[in-house]
Design a binder for this molecule. Structure first.
Ligand code: PGA
Length: 253
């Protein structure tokens, strides 16, 4: 089944609102002509969502957030809810990025609740999974990734599963310049697809599985030529409009 490719930039904790506005303008100028053939989104820091949303208004480039809390409101200092993100113009939200899991204690259960809350608010979750280097070296990659996918999606019906994206991001490849080979990525993506088929037989073929981890213009096309690699989640290279656009071009080739 042909799935439209999807390239999402994760700006992490980079760019003030003013700087983000400039980057969004550059991304729009370079990427908008390609955005019909590939779905494109950027996820700036919370403080830049409105500014970037305003820059992207009327374009086909979607807005995403990097995290959310699963409760609708309440005494959760420092947190932001799905409804708040939807009102800020977000279409997408990352759930369970490895930096959240490793540095901020996001558990599989937290990722499950975040994913459910995002769907309930009409947002499109991008559920991030991936193994660490010791886990890969001990041959546990598929076990770890499988556990993360099953936990995040547990309790969701086929319609909900059909409405989300999964991002496979090996922790050892994030921000390190080390990329999974196309074959390594495809192996894990195919395993994720198998789990999705188990959970939601009718919806699994429509779910996009993105690869993330040091994606650059020069490796994007090969990664995305794999049958189950449906796009890219891009950190460092999404902070330069020219590199981000080069990656989007790799999705078209
Ligand atoms: P990277 O980050 O492209 O800088 O490796 C990817 C990510 O963390 O989403």
């Amino acid at each position: 089944m042909a799935r439209k490719k999807f390239v999402c930039g994760n700006w992490k904790m980079h760019r003030t609102a003013a700087e983000a506005r400039t980057l969004a303008r550059e991304v729009r100028a370079a990427a908008e002509p390609l955005a019909g053939r590939v779905d494109v989104a950027v996820a700036p820091p919370f403080t830049a969502l409105f500014a970037v949303g305003a820059e992207l208004a009327g374009s086909r480039i979607g807005l995403g957030a990097q995290n959310l809390h699963w409760e609708a409101q309440g005494a959760f200092t420092g947190e932001v809810s799905a409804h708040m993100l939807a009102e800020a113009g977000c279409r997408y939200v990352l759930c369970g990025h490895s930096e959240r899991r490793q540095l901020f204690g996001d558990t599989d259960e937290a990722v499950r609740k975040k994913t459910g809350a995002a769907l309930a608010a009409g947002l499109h979750p991008i559920v991030c999974v991936g193994e660490t280097l010791p886990e890969r070296e001990s041959g546990r990659t598929l076990e770890v990734v499988g556990r993360q996918v099953r936990a995040a999606l547990s309790g969701l019906g086929p319609d909900s599963i059909g409405g989300l994206t999964v991002a496979y991001e090996p922790v050892w490849a994030i921000g390190t310049g080390k990329t999974a080979s196309a074959a390594q990525a495809q192996e894990v993506h195919a395993a994720i697809r198998g789990i999705l088929k188990d959970l939601a037989p009718g919806a699994a073929d429509a779910v996009r599985i993105l690869y993330g981890g040091s994606v650059k213009p020069d490796n994007a096309a090969e990664l995305m030529s794999q049958p189950d690699v449906d796009g890219a989640l891009v950190g460092g290279a999404s902070l330069k409009a020219i590199d981000f656009t080069g990656i989007i071009q790799g999705a078209i080739r």
